[in-house]
Design a protein around this ligand. Structure first.
Ligand code: GLU
Length: 441
């Protein structure tokens, strides 16, 4: 019988994690679920000075928001008794020893526990990179604990992975050089070696490594800006992996279904904000109007209620806003408020602050009004309106015709295109607004 697949995500709570870190969590989660196995979250807090509760909380909150639900979660520090026990076993069987050392700064003597390096070549299988062989001789007798109660990284990782039955270690390729040391410890403790999948790095758009310290954004910022968790999961999954076929928009369930470790790329992925916002827009399109409005309301917290005109412009808003923060800012700027009963026209705006000539502009508005008057109510769609106006605008100068038309309809410097506005206003209001605008010129 095959062993049940167990993967883990093992972040150190020493800073806010970035997209590249969470990409590791996404892969570990997808693989475990695809195989009907378990996904464990292990908070690696052995470095007591640098580990902070606030970072741990942020990790837990982000995983929950993303929907990467773990089967088990624990802190590494909760397992120190086990680490101590295994350290004692290593010392007893001669694989490790207590070493008295000169502390560099204080000139005092202190003790550490070192692993007795057998000086061999270690070969392991990496699902992404194939077989890797490394000589461990240069590593010397490396430190595995500062005392029996203070294991360092390598020992804690090995003992916890074994205790939790981890079958697949999926982690960043910055850990490749740690793997031979960890395998030596596994062997000395009589554990089996899991299968490794070291993921290529994720680089920023400037092609430098994303890092906790170097400006990479924490994922919670995306949440606050109104990105959908489903979009982030989809985007992160596609960062260095893709399924067969052309389809790009996947739900988490579909990703689980499609996921294989073998299709992970060997080259680094680039964290591309533009692509991420495209994914988000696509996922926002999948929401029903009701859900969209509910999420929008959430993002408007403290900024009032959704105005009643919004239901009419919803398709337009949904077409244009790639995040909920963007949707809120469109609304705050009044970009969609042209449905209010009246608009206030000013000569300055209609004439683009004196750039356009008043009598030409008036003539253009009259001409366009004439063209639109010929359309029936049924034909008053954005596309047909555009077809009716465009030949004239192209002939007379697009800016000279479309600017006054748009500002006549919206009364605003910023608004959607005039064809969409006209179709939403309807024929009667459209003609009236054009007349009113022409009158003041
Ligand atoms: N705690 C390590 C890190 O945050 C990961 C260790 C591992 O995955 O083995 O990079």
């Amino acid at each position: 019988m095959n062993k049940k697949v167990v993967t883990r995500f093992a972040p150190s709570p020493t800073g806010l994690l970035h997209g590249g870190n969470y990409r590791t969590a996404v892969f570990a989660y997808l693989f475990a679920k695809k195989e009907g196995g378990e996904f464990i979250v292990r908070i690696e807090d052995t470095d007591k000075e640098r580990s902070k509760k606030e970072y741990e909380d942020n990790i837990v909150e982000t995983l929950e928001w993303l929907g990467l639900t773990e089967d088990r979660r624990f802190r590494q520090s909760e397992h120190v008794a086990r680490h101590t026990k295994e350290l004692e076993r290593l010392i007893k069987n001669g694989a490790a020893y207590v070493s008295k050392e000169e502390a560099v700064t204080e000139g005092q003597r202190s003790e550490v526990i070192r692993f007795k390096n057998p000086n061999v070549e270690v070969t392991f299988k990496d699902v992404i990179r194939g077989e890797i062989t490394m000589n461990t001789t240069d590593l010397g007798d490396f430190v595995i604990a500062r005392s029996l109660q203070e294991p360092v990284f390598h020992l804690a990782v090995v003992v916890d992975d074994a205790d939790e039955g981890v079958t697949h270690v999926i982690r960043g390729e910055d850990h490749i050089s740690n793997t031979p040391r960890q395998i030596l410890i596994q062997r000395a403790l009589g554990y089996s070696t899991p299968l490794y999948a070291h993921l290529p790095l994720v680089l920023g758009s400037d092609r430098t490594k994303l890092s906790k310290r170097r400006g990479a954004r924490a994922l919670t910022e995306y949440r606050n800006e109104g990105y959908l968790p489903s979009a982030l999961i989809n985007y992160l999954a596609f960062l260095g992996w893709h399924p067969e076929g052309e389809k790009e928009i996947y739900s988490i369930e579909e990703l689980v279904e499609a996921f294989t470790l073998e299709r992970i790329q060997k080259s680094a992925g680039i964290f591309d904000e533009v692509k991420l916002s495209w994914f988000n827009h696509e996922h926002m399109k999948l929401l029903s109007d009701d859900v969209f409005l509910a999420v929008l309301q959430m993002h408007m917290k403290g900024k009032g209620v959704i105005p009643s005109y919004l239901t009419k412009v919803l398709p337009l808003l949904r077409e244009r806003a790639a995040t909920f923060a963007q949707a809120v800012s469109f609304m705050e700027s009044g970009e969609f408020s042209f449905l209010d009963d009246s608009v206030t026209h000013t000569r300055e705006l209609l004439l683009q602050n004196g750039k356009l000539d008043a009598s030409f502009t008036s003539a253009h508005l009259q001409a366009v009004r004439g063209l639109l008057a010929e359309l029936s109510n049924e034909a008053f769609t954005s596309e047909k309106i555009k077809n009716a106006v465009f030949p004239y605008a192209t002939e007379a100068g697009r800016g000279a015709v479309l600017w006054p038309l748009r500002t006549a309809l919206s009364g605003k410097e910023k608004s959607p295109d005039p064809f969409s506005i006209a179709s939403i206003l309807g024929k009667e209001k459209t003609l009236r607004r054009i007349e009113e605008a022409a009158k003041i010129l």
